[in-house]
Design a binder for this molecule. Structure first.
Ligand code: SF4
Length: 438
C-alpha cells in the first residue's frame, strides 16, 4: 500500500542535512510519496526505512522476465489511470502429438509484424505433453529450446517436468503444472533450473494458498494460471485476482493462459479478452498469422501510454528517392498517421518529402482542433526546412480533412501551390491519379 509523505518522513533521519537535494526531510518524503525521488538519494536512510519503503514501492503485480521480455509490474487496473507497462508475451503451443515441429518453429520464429515503427514478434513457444511417451516429449522440448525462444513446459507429471526443465535450464522459460498438491516440488524444479513457475488452480483461494506457500518457501518468480472453463469464467477470475493484488500479495502475479483449440472466433475472443483484462503470457493453440497479427495490433494499442500518443520526431521524411522535383506532403507527427500516409504514397510509386510539424503526436483533426496544425504553423515549419530553399516543384499537398487551412498555408508560402489531398490515406492512390500526380 502506498505511504503518505508524513508516514515516510517518520522513517527518515529528520536532520534536514539537504544532501538529497531537498531542503528538508519532509520535502524529500513528499517527493518519495509522489515517486519523484529514490530512497537511495538519502545516504542516511536506515535499514528499517529501506525495508518498509522497498516493500511499499513494489508494484502490486510482481515483474518477472520471460526471455528478454518482462511481464507483470502493473500498478493500475485501468490503462487510463496511468499506463500498462509490460505487454503480454504472445506464445504458440506445440504438442508432442503434432508432426512437423521444425517447420512450425521456423514459421513462429521468423514471423515479424512491422507496425507503427515497431517489430512485433512471438515471444515464446509452449510444449505440451499429451502422449505417455516422455522421450518424444523431451526430444520436442530439446528441438524447440535450440530455436532460441523461451520455452513454456507443460508436462504430464513431475518426472517429465523435471527432465524438461533441465533441458531449458537458465533460458528464461516457464514451468507450468504447479498446484496445491505439488507446489513445493515444482517450486524446487523451477528454482533449480532458473525458470518462472506457473501456479494453477480453479479458484482464486486455491491459487493464492499455493502461491503463498511457495513464497514462504523462498521462491517468488511466479505466474498464476487460473483454470477457467469458459471465457466468462476466465474474465471473472482474472478480474478478481487482479483487483485483489493491490492489497493481497498472494494474488500479485501476472497471468498465464493457454487458449485451447477452437474456431477462429473462440480463439480471437479469448485472446482479446486476455489482452484487455490483465493477460501476462497468452498461449495460442496454433500459429495463425491472421489471428496473431490482430492480437499484436490490439496489444500495441492497449499498452501505449494513453497520455503520450506514439509520435514521430517532427521533421522531413523521405519517401522513395525524392529530389527537388518531388511533391511535398504534410501531415501530423502521430505515428499511425505517418505510417499510413507514407505507405499509401509509396504504393502509388511516387517519391516525395513528407513534412511532419510538431503536433504532439495528435491526429490531423485533433491537432487542428487543438490549434496545433493551423495553416500559419504548417507554413512556418516548411519555411524552416532545407527543402523550402531547394525545391523546384513548389507544390505542397495538405490533408483533405483540413482543407480550411489551405488559404493560410498559401499566404505563408508565397510562390508555392497548395493542393488539398484526400481525406483518407486509403484514397490517396485514386486522388493521385485523378489529379495527375502519377
Ligand atoms: Fe533528510 Fe536524508 Fe535528505 Fe538529509 S539526505 S535531508 S537526512 S532525507
Amino acid at each position: 500500500m502506498a505511504l503518505t509523505g508524513l508516514q515516510i518522513q517518520k522513517l527518515l533521519p529528520k536532520t534536514n542535512c539537504k544532501e538529497c537535494g531537498s531542503t528538508t526531510c519532509l520535502a524529500f518524503a513528499m517527493k518519495l510519496a509522489a515517486k519523484k525521488a529514490e530512497l537511495s538519494e538519502c545516504p542516511y536512510a536506515s535499514d528499517e526505512a529501506k525495508q518498509v519503503l522497498g516493500a511499499a514501492s513494489e508494484p502490486p503485480v510482481r515483474t518477472v522476465a520471460i526471455g528478454g521480455a518482462k511481464v507483470g509490474g502493473e500498478t493500475v487496473l485501468y490503462r487510463h489511470e496511468k499506463t500498462f507497462v509490460n505487454q503480454p508475451v504472445l506464445a504458440v503451443n506445440l504438442c508432442d502429438t503434432d508432426g512437423g515441429a521444425s517447420a512450425e518453429v521456423e514459421k513462429i520464429k521468423g514471423y515479424v509484424l512491422e507496425r507503427v515503427g515497431e517489430a512485433l514478434t512471438v515471444g515464446a513457444i509452449a510444449v505440451t505433453q499429451q502422449e505417455d511417451n516422455p522421450a518424444k516429449f523431451l526430444a520436442l522440448v530439446k528441438e524447440i529450446a535450440a530455436a532460441g525462444l523461451p520455452v513454456i513446459i507443460r508436462a504430464k507429471d513431475e518426472k517429465a517436468a523435471g527432465e524438461a526443465a533441465a533441458l531449458v535450464k537458465g533460458a528464461g522459460g516457464v514451468l507450468t503444472g504447479a498446484d496445491a498438491g505439488n507446489a513445493e516440488a515444482y517450486a524446487k524444479l523451477a528454482q533449480e533450473n532458473g525458470l518462472t513457475l506457473a501456479v494453477c488452480g480453479e479458484t482464486a483461494d486455491e491459487i493464492c494458498a499455493a502461491t503463498a506457500r511457495i513464497k514462504e518457501g523462498g521462491f517468488n518468480d511466479l505466474l498464476i494460471e487460473p483454470r477457467a472453463k469458459t471465457p466468462a469464467e476466465a474474465f471473472q477470475i482474472n478480474s478478481i485476482l487482479r483487483r485483489g493484488a493491490s492489497n493481497h500479495k498472494p494474488a500479485g502475479y501476472a497471468f498465464l493462459r493457454f487458449i485451447e483449440d477452437g474456431d477462429v472466433y473462440d480463439v480471437m475472443g479469448a485472446a482479446t479478452s486476455e489482452v484487455c483484462k490483465y493477460g501476462g503470457v497468452i498461449v495460442f493453440p496454433k500459429f495463425d498469422a491472421a489471428v496473431i497479427s490482430s492480437v499484436m495490433a490490439l496489444r500495441q494499442n492497449i499498452y501505449t501510454d494513453p497520455q503520450k500518443p506514439i509520435q514521430m520526431e517532427p521533421g522531413v521524411y523521405r519517401i522513395g528517392e525524392p529530389d527537388e522535383n518531388s511533391y511535398v506532403f504534410v501531415t501530423t507527427n502521430f505515428s499511425l498517421t505517418y505510417f499510413l500516409v507514407s505507405g499509401e504514397i509509396e504504393n502509388t510509386g511516387l517519391s516525395g518529402w513528407l513534412v511532419l510539424p510538431e503536433c504532439e503526436g495528435l491526429s490531423v483533426l485533433t491537432a487542428w482542433a487543438a490549434g496545433k496544425f493551423g495553416g500559419d504553423k504548417v507554413a512556418e515549419f516548411i519555411k524552416a526546412q532545407d527543402i523550402y530553399q531547394t525545391q523546384k516543384n513548389k507544390t505542397v499537398i495538405i490533408p483533405g480533412y483540413v482543407a480550411q487551412i489551405s488559404g493560410e498555408v498559401q499566404e505563408g508560402l508565397p510562390g508555392w501551390k497548395v493542393m488539398v489531398g484526400s481525406q483518407e490515406a486509403g484514397d490517396f492512390e485514386s486522388y493521385a491519379k485523378a489529379n495527375g500526380l502519377v
